[in-house]
Write a protein that binds this ligand. Sequence first.
Ligand code: NDP
Length: 296
Amino acid sequence: MTTLIDGNVHAAALRARTKARAEAFAAHHGRQPRLDVVIVGDHPASRAYVRTKTRMAHETAIDGRLIELPETVTAEALLAEIARLNADPTVDGILVQLPLPGHLDGQMMIGAIHPDKDVDGFHPLNVGKLYTATKIDPERMLIPCTPLGSLMMLHDTLGPKGLAGKAAVVVGRSNIVGKPMAQLLLANDCTVTTAHSRTGDLPAVCREADILVAAVGRPEMVRGDWIKPGAVVIDVGINRVPTEDGKGRIVGDVATAEAMGRAAHITPVPGGVGKMTVACLLHNTVVAAQARAELV
Ligand code: NDP
């Protein structure tokens, strides 16, 4: 019997807690926590993501603002925009939506965001804090949203101490998902393996996992018989595959139908990790607002 880890339920609960904190912040400081999202160009998927982020911010008592810049914006102009947001005391969180057009260096732009306003948790200083912290504290640190949301769902599923001693396998080693996910699992006392495209006998590696996180970007690559019976599976992948009606559909990195009856718990796609990603962004915005207010 496999239970689905419902991202909608977990995200709604986190957003409700975040909203209460945002309202308390506004009552105390006379303004809402504020998240400014910068988008460059007309990439349709990115535009849909940022619209969702600002709409969800408003529903969570956060002042979400969208800054739209043309595809042709120069690096100097984008850096000037980031500097303006860094200097604005009413801005708590800055997010530069990735990917950027080819002429702009994403790492440079992330590095230009003030680390205290880096609600994506991608600034090298925040990455360093994640890797060196003796205790991971999502109330005091800015942790990348997708791994943080995945960790929160694992805590809710297994209990706060339920990760200790578990064998965890993370498939994928990106800076955005795979690496920070592995680090969070390590900090929660899992024994962690990070797998990638050069890993030998990936199915055998995955079969060792009590906790299996798939963050690959390959539709349904992880088959049912790669999953250890009783494992908890977090499917981070979001892949659009063609359908006969031409509309396409979204699937994860795990063949969910094959995993049913084998995994103990699994996140569905859609309706799993993706929902928590946005909720964690809003959580990070309130964490950033509170930390900055304490400094004043
Ligand atoms: P990247 O493309 O940056 O990284 C993919 C990783 O998967 C790489 O480390 C790569 O290995 C590894 N990989 C690729 N092919 C294989 C293979 N055949 N076997 C084993 N490993 C492989 O992707 P992201 O980390 O940014 O995203 C991963 C997935 O998660 C995507 O589907 C993306 O859409 C989704 N995503 C979902 C989010 C959400 O909110 N739910 C948020 C962010 C991403 P190597 O390093 O060797 O190339």
